[in-house]
Design a protein around this ligand. Structure first.
Ligand code: AR6
Length: 343
């Protein structure tokens, strides 16, 4: 089952378990902890009193009481002390132990807040990266529906370097399809101001004044053999052939694509299956295809990479970087308000 990033109040999410970013007493607090106790009602605190607290990085489970979620998994993230006190390991433990506890109780779905990223002061981009890494790893081995709940727009921050780099990439290529429109670019800068530091904005302005280079055109280079094969092959056939060629199993492929097993078997069993473009892109990432191969796979489903689509450009950016971690790509797509791949 795939990972979904959603923007919501976690107390409203209907899943087998929501995770509470608690403290070692497990007796309630502010932030997400306070919201969960308020929505669950006083019985939750009664049950928590019987648990004798919880160590940092560990997890304990209770019922959900008045929550739409059946259970609450209480975990304690580390307090941020500058990064040199084992924070990352402890934060990873908090996610890993929560997932293991959910698995041990045969839960099928779980929703996490961004643990430690509020009162405990963990930098949001790093907290998010650890969350995505641990959940991504877990999902390669286990089946579970995992939600990462981001409370509000500012709760979400991609690393500044990556954000800037992708923004620049989109801008360079966008210009090919549209006349240079500096007003539009300044509009984007306004959007950035809300989220990003002054230094990043300054770098953005400096880069904007440089003229775009001409090397950004996408020219697929396919061999004649490939082109001929393309004519006869449906998307499903092509996908299955590529999976074999890459030496992957079906399971490895749909997990790396963040694609549901049921959807995958539909595609496998229907040679004329018509996928959506993000589904094709998800498989391109799972198969670690080059840009040319991605274009070929898209073509077999009647699509092409477009320079006027931010989603396409972001995926293209990662392919060019040979960075094929779907969870990382989805993190970037989410930050740019784009539909995420797979699911
Ligand atoms: N739904 C989803 N996310 C939320 C919600 C919500 N209703 N409310 C806040 N967040 P925090 P921590 C986000 O401070 O940093 C408590 O007092 C919030 O924007 O709740 O692990 C405990 O008792 C932030 O990104 O947890 C502990 O003492 C994230 O949830 C301490 O705070 C976590 O913020 C734990 O601090």
């Amino acid at each position: 089952m795939p990972l979904k990033i959603i923007r919501n109040d976690i107390t409203k999410v209907e899943v087998d378990a929501i995770v509470n970013a608690a403290n070692e007493t497990l007796l309630g607090g502010g932030g997400v902890d306070g919201a969960i106790h308020k929505a669950a009602g006083p019985q939750l605190l009664e049950e928590c009193r019987t648990l004798n607290g919880c160590k940092v990085g560990q997890a304990k489970i209770t019922k959900g009481y008045n929550l739409p979620a059946k259970h609450v998994i209480h975990t304690v993230g580390p307090v941020w002390r500058g990064g040199g006190s084992g924070e990352e390991v402890l934060l990873a433990d908090a996610y890993r132990n929560s997932l293991a506890l959910a698995k041990a109780h045969q839960l099928k779905s779980i929703a996490f807040p961004l643990i430690s990223s509020g009162a405990f002061g963990y930098p949001k981009d790093q907290a998010l990266k650890t969350a995505m890494d641990v959940i991504g790893d877990f999902l390669l081995k286990h089946d579970m529906e995992v939600y990462l709940v981001v409370f509000d727009k500012t709760a979400f921050a991609l690393s500044e370097k990556l954000f800037f780099s992708i923004t620049q990439y989109i801008d360079d290529r966008y210009i090919e399809a549209h006349p240079i429109d500096r007003t539009n670019r300044m509009g984007r800068l306004e959007e950035l101001k809300e989220l990003y530091s002054v230094e990043i904005q300054q770098k953005y302005v400096a880069e904007m004044s440089e003229e775009p280079t001409a090397d950004s055109a996408m020219k697929p280079k396919r061999s004649l053999e490939e082109v001929i094969r393309q004519v006869d092959e449906t998307f499903s056939q092509r996908l299955l052939r590529k999976i074999d060629e890459k030496g992957l199993t079906d399971t490895q492929t749909y997990k790396k694509a963040n694609i549901d097993r049921k959807l995958f078997s539909k595609i496998r069993n229907d040679k004329h299956y018509k996928p959506s473009k993000p589904t094709v892109l998800a498989f391109a990432i799972a198969l670690e295809l080059s840009l040319d191969e991605t274009n070929d796979l898209l073509l077999s489903a009647g699509f092409a990479l477009s320079r006027s689509s931010r989603l396409d450009l972001i995926v293209q950016y990662f392919i060019e970087q040979e960075e094929y971690n779907i969870f990382q790509i989805n993190e970037a797509l989410f930050a740019f308000d784009q539909q995420i791949l797979g699911v």
